[in-house]
Ligand binder design. Sequence first.
Ligand SMILES: Cc1cc2nc3c(=O)[nH]c(=O)nc-3n(C[C@H](O)[C@H](O)[C@H](O)COP(=O)(O)OP(=O)(O)OC[C@H]3O[C@@H](n4cnc5c(N)ncnc54)[C@H](O)[C@@H]3O)c2cc1C
Length: 401
Amino acid sequence: MVYDVVIAGAGPAGFGAAMGAARKGKKVLLFDRNSGPGGVASYCGCPVFSGLRSFVPEESGGAAGEFASSMQNNSMIWGDVKLNTSEFSVTLIMTRLLKQAGVDLLFYVELTGVKVENNSITSVTVTGCGKSIEIKGKTFVDCTGDAVLSYMAGAETQTGSADETMTKTLLFRVTGVENYNRELCTKAFEEGNFPFTHQDRFMGTPVGEKGEDFLLNLTAVSGCAQDPAELTRMDMELKEQIPVVLEWAKKTLPGFANCHLVAVAPIIGVRGGRNIVGVETITTKDLQENTPVAEPVAIGKRTYGEHYTKTFVAPWAFWKGGGPREVPYGALRSVNIANLAAGGRGIAIEPKAVSAIRLMPVCIATGQAAGIAAAMDFPEYPALRQELINQKCKFEIKKEQ
Ligand SMILES: Cc1cc2nc3c(=O)[nH]c(=O)nc-3n(C[C@H](O)[C@H](O)[C@H](O)COP(=O)(O)OP(=O)(O)OC[C@H]3O[C@@H](n4cnc5c(N)ncnc54)[C@H](O)[C@@H]3O)c2cc1C
C-alpha cells in the first residue's frame, strides 16, 4: 500500500497537516514516537495554546478552530482567551478529530530510515517494539519540530547554535497555590533573587479550573537539542533545577507558600534548533522590515527572540516589532526534495527567529497548509489558496482599506 501523504510527527503541526490532507480525500498516515498526538502540548507539559481563542473558535480558523470548538463542546478548557486545558484532553480530542477525518494513526514508533530516489522520498522506516515497518508514500510532511525527516532525507537544513536558539525547559506543575496574582508574582520575581541567571522574567500560568494548579516555566538550560548526549545532559541539569526553583517559589512568590509538586513534564521542552531550508526562508530582516508576502499560507508574528533575553546574543536579541506577519508558501517547501513539505516550528525560518512562527495555533496552521499542499501534489499558489479558503483557514492579514 502506498499512502498519498505520510506525516512524521503528531504535534500541533502534524495534527493540522493530517486534517488538511485528509479533507482532500487522500489516504493519510500520521506517526509519532509518543503514545498519541499533541507534541509539546501533551508530552512536554504545556497544554496552553497561546492565541487560540477558546470562546470564539471560528476566529482561529481551519483545523485550529475545529480543535478549539471540539475542546469547548467537550468542556475541556478553562479560561477565556488562551486555550488552557490538560495534556490528556489535547491528546484525546486530537485523536478523535483525526479518526473522524479518516487518518491512519501509528504511535510508539521512531523514524529510523528514509529512502530517497531522484530527489524524492519513496518510503520511511519506523521502528517500535523491535519491529521495523517500511511506509511508502507519494508525498511526505515533516512535522517533527526539528526537521528530523528532512535531515535524514538529506534535505538542506539549518541549525542555530546553542546561543542562537531559545533555551530548553522542563515544565513542572504545582498544586495548592492560593489567590494567585500575576502582578505580585512578577514584582516578587524582580525583587526576589531568583537562583538562576538565565531567567529574565516571571513565567507561569494557572492551569486548574480555579487557578489552584500552576504551571511553572522557570527552568532553563542552553545547549544543542539535536544531539541525544546533549539532551541527556540538559535533562539532568533541568531536573536538578526543579527543587531549587520550588523552594524559591515557596519562600518568594505570594500565594505559593503551601504549594507542592504534582507533575514534571516527561520530556524536555525544545523551542527550536533545526529548520528546513525552503524554497523561501524567512529571515530576521523580513520580520524587521515586514517585507510583503506574495503567497501567504498562515499568520505568524513579527516578534522573535523573546524569553531568556539574557542568553540571546546581541544585536538580534529580542526584537519586538509587534504585530502579525504572513508565512509564505515557499517556507513550507524543501528547496531540494521535491515531494517534501514541512509544518510547525521546523519550517524554513532562520533558527534564531523561530519564535515568530512557533506558537501552537500557528503550527497547526502551517501544518494544515503543508498537508493540503502535499495532498494536492504541491500545486501552484492560486489552487492552494482556494483550498485554504475551502477549509476555512485564516491565512491572510486583512489590509486596511
Ligand atoms: C517549554 C515550552 C513552553 C511553551 N509554551 C507555549 C505556550 O504557552 N503556548 C504556545 O502556543 N506554544 C508554546 N510553546 C511552543 C509550542 O509548544 C511548540 O512550538 C509547538 O508545539 C511546536 O509544534 P510542532 O508540531 O511543530 O512540534 P512539536 O510539538 O515539537 O511536535 C513534534 C512531534 O514530532 C515527534 N517526533 C520528533 N522526532 C521524531 C522521530 N524521529 N520519530 C517519531 N516522532 C518524532 C515528537 O514526538 C513530537 O510529537 C512552548 C514550547 C516549549 C518548549
